[in-house]
Design a protein around this ligand. Structure first.
Ligand SMILES: Nc1ncnc2c1ncn2[C@@H]1O[C@H](COP(=O)(O)OP(=O)(O)OP(=O)(O)O)[C@@H](O)[C@H]1O
Ligand SMILES: [Mg+2]
Length: 376
């Protein structure tokens, strides 16, 4: 079939097969669509809208929009305009916030329904996933520039550095107490630079060796590390889906990903009264990613979530969250999330972030081991 549009003569059109039931088509549409009557009662919601709102169609039939969204929400203004002008209007940065809903960054299209005076049709789009994707892609170019720098640093800094460190150590043995303190300072600072360079080296473009990785073992390992160190005062909760299949990846790198996310979470809750970090896994179809340069979509059914009850990501950090050297911490390098995004990208996965005061969640979506890969 060509993609051309051909105008069909009327007679022929009448004998064409009947159009399928429009409710069936609406319910199959993967876009949340809601029909509200003149009193903002839910007249119809499709399947995607039930999932989007987290409420069943039967319950929604008993509700008005005002039961879900406070009346000062700009959405109502938008609907008023649509009813008055009888034109379709779109808004892109709506937040649907109430005790029942938390949906930031929502795009909505609102259209009048001429056959049903006063009724409006709302089509929603959750932009947070799209934005997470954008951020990930933006990050990848950032990571590439770090890749080159990492190689240079490794060669040009590490060798002289170990010379400096060795010399300071020799001096330390023979120096008088006041000078010894300075030698210790040199040694410790040299160690700090070496650690930084070591972390940068992880950005190098080495091919990764993959295998079947049990993601729960990875998370338990990281949880133990955290509890015996940087996360000692934090209450950890593990909510795992035991039926999860293995991930096709590099265990050590996935440990690094989990470690960086858990460390950030533990640091975020450091000043909270009841510090709590939840590690969760699950299996859910529907998260897909396009493979650049092809029409293929990869399903990413496995997710790992790291959630904390800290104050949330600072507003000025948000747009640059995954870029290297972006930090709000006095002693942070800002390489943690950059590395996370690089490794997740190398694994063919995707990161999603949802953050507000009291609840921050980093969600990692990964492909699973296919049968073919398991046999190989
Ligand atoms: N769970 C979280 N809650 C609130 N803010 C966070 C969270 N995770 C990350 N951030 C913000 O993102 C910034 C970047 O995080 P990233 O892990 O890349 O670097 P860092 O933690 O500052 O330094 P490093 O990881 O090198 O020690 C942090 O400084 C912090 O502002
Ligand atoms: Mg960090």
């Amino acid at each position: 079939m060509s993609g051309m549009l051909v105008s069909v003569p009327r007679r022929q059109r009448e004998t064409a097969p009947p159009v399928p039931d429009s409710a069936a088509m609406l319910s199959a549409l993967p876009v949340p669509v809601v029909l509200l009557d003149a009193a903002n009662r839910f007249r119809h919601v499709n399947h995607a809208a039930e999932q989007f709102l987290g409420i069943s169609a039967a319950s929604l039939a008993q509700l008005q929009l005002e039961d879900l969204v406070p009346p000062d929400n700009p959405l109502f203004l938008l609907m008023d305009q649509v009813r008055q002008t009888e034109a379709t209007i779109a808004d892109h940065e709506l937040t649907l916030e109430s005790p029942r809903l938390h949906k930031p960054g929502i795009a909505v299209q609102c259209a009048p329904v001429p056959e049903e005076p006063g009724s409006v049709l709302l089509a929603f789009q959750d932009a947070s996933t799209a934005r997470a994707l954008d951020r990930q892609l933006a990050f990848r170019s950032g990571a590439r520039s770090v890749t080159g720098m990492a190689a240079i640093l490794a060669h040009e800094v590490k060798n002289p550095l170990s010379g400096i460190r060795g010399a300071a150590q020799l001096l330390e043995a023979s120096a008088d107490p006041a000078d010894r303190e300075l030698c210790v300072l040199i040694r410790e600072e040299a160690d700090r630079i070496r650690d930084l360079v070591d972390r940068m080296e992880a950005f190098g473009d080495k091919p990764i060796t993959r295998g079947a990785v049990n993601i729960h073992r990875v998370l338990e390992h990281v949880r133990k590390l955290a509890q015996s160190g940087f996360g000692a005062g934090v209450k950890f909760q593990e909510v795992y889906d035991p039926s999860l299949p293995p991930v096709w990846g590099n265990r050590d790198q996935l440990v690094q990903v989990a470690l960086n996310l858990v460390k950030n979470a533990a640091e975020a809750v450091a000043a909270v009264a009841n510090p709590e970090v939840v590690l969760a896994t699950g299996f859910r179809h529907g998260m897909r990613i396009a493979v650049p340069g092809s029409a293929t979509r990869v399903d990413l059914p496995l997710y790992v979530a790291v959630r904390d009850n800290g104050p949330g990501i600072p507003d000025d950090i948000r747009p640059h969250l995954f870029e290297p050297f972006v930090t709000s911490k006095a002693s942070g390098t800002g390489l943690g999330l950059a590395l996370v995004a690089k490794i997740v990208g190398d694994h063919g996965g995707l990161m999603e972030v949802d953050s507000r005061p009291g609840r921050t969640e980093f969600r990692l979506h990964l492909p699973v081991l296919s049968e073919r890969e398991m046999e190989a």
